[in-house]
Design a protein around this ligand. Structure first.
Ligand code: ADP
Length: 276
């Protein structure tokens, strides 16, 4: 409060005046809190496999030094923990890179049919390992979207990987395309449909938060980092798209990425296979 003129207690033209400047710092505090939570979560996620590695190293240096069988078994566990740390660091780096350029629109054009086929082919060995099948239902006509092909590949690989991770053995994961309905006919929807464990309704709005999981232990057991959907959300935002999630616990989930079509794309003429 800054007195401008006059003395306190005086009346009339010389009455004291003051400026009061208020800043709403609640938004700043919220961002600071989110950042602090993120650092705490990331440290915790890294510390857990690190503690396990340190424990096994100590055992191998001491009691299990001459036990060949234990050594083989422990080394396998240690390799898995190191792989988990690497996945986590890769995802953290991806997320920070994506957040940095989230407000810069992508300059290239991506061939969606090619990109989806390649993303799926990369995950076929994972599907075989989990006794699941991958099906891709593509339109005959080319479909182009303005976008960064590497980032979009990351989106679909993350979503298909989740569908395989939370799917059930002997069930399929299906990818389908759909043209947007009016008022958004210039959007293309890519749906990834699984028949897995599903997601309780009240968790759905929070799934794209960093490290948010329905069941943290289950996610870790299945090799999850808790960052996949946060990465997906930021990339989809950068592309001017929308992520839509529908799920029924026990029945399965459908994650649909809606993206703007490139001008002149054949799909703009309504030639895209509809969503079934
Ligand atoms: P994670 O590495 O844990 O899979 P994500 O950010 O990719 O992290 O997903 C966040 C959470 O959303 C998961 O832990 C899981 O609880 C839920 N989830 C994501 N995809 C699916 C799916 N297809 N079916 C069921 N649950 C899912």
């Amino acid at each position: 409060v800054a007195p401008l003129a006059g003395r306190a207690g005086e009346a009339g033209e010389d009455a004291p005046a003051a400026f009061v400047t208020c800043f709403d710092i609640s938004a700043v505090r919220r961002v600071e809190q989110l950042r602090a939570d993120f650092v705490a979560n990331a440290s915790h996620e890294l510390r857990t496999p690190l503690a396990s590695l340190a424990g096994f190293i100590e055992t191998l240096q001491g009691p299990a030094r001459d036990d060949a069988e234990a050594r083989t078994q422990f080394l396998d566990i240690m390799a898995a923990q190191a792989a988990r740390m690497r996945r986590l660091i890769d995802d953290l780096l991806s997320l920070s890179r994506i957040e940095l350029n989230e407000h810069v629109p992508p300059s290239g054009t991506a061939d969606l049919r090619r990109l989806l086929s390649e993303a799926l082919d990369a995950l076929r060995p994972v599907a075989v390992e989990r006794r699941m099948t991958l099906a891709l239902d593509l339109p005959e006509v080319p479909v182009f979207v303005p976008g960064d092909a590497d980032q979009l590949t990351q989106v679909f690989q993350n979503l298909v990987d989740n569908a395989l991770k939370y799917g059930r053995p002997d069930t399929p994961v299906v990818l389908r395309l759909a043209q947007g309905q009016p008022p958004a006919p210039a959007m293309i929807g890519i749906a990834i449909v699984d028949r897995g464990i599903g997601i309780p309704r009240d968790h759905i709005p929070r799934l794209t938060e960093r490290f948010y999981r329905v069941n943290a232990a289950e996610s870790r057991n299945r090799g999850g980092t808790g960052l996949g959907l946060a990465i997906v959300k930021h990339i989809v935002n950068r592309h001017g798209g929308v992520l839509d999630i529908e799920s029924e616990p026990g029945e399965g989930s459908t994650f649909t990425v809606w993206l703007p079509l490139a001008a002149g794309s054949a799909a703009e003429d309504g030639n895209v296979v509809p969503l079934r």
